[in-house]
Ligand binder design. Structure first.
Ligand SMILES: [Zn+2]
Length: 56
């Protein structure tokens, strides 16, 4: 069985079974986020910080 997840930034589909070691996962606010590459992970974190500074 193969399972697909979506990248949190560019919404690319990632095969968990195939790329279990190639995907980037990070727990943000108690939720596990999956990214297709390190760039997408950094972009997501940057946007989160932007939103935090906006809400102040
Ligand atoms: Zn991506």
């Amino acid at each position: 069985m193969s399972c697909f997840v979506k990248c949190g930034t560019c919404e690319a589909e990632i095969s968990v079974e195939k790329c279990v070691f190639a995907t980037y996962t990070k727990v943000i606010d108690g939720k596990e986020r999956v990214f297709c590459c390190l760039r997408c992970q950094q972009k997501f974190l940057e946007e989160q910080e932007k939103e935090k500074s906006k809400s102040r």
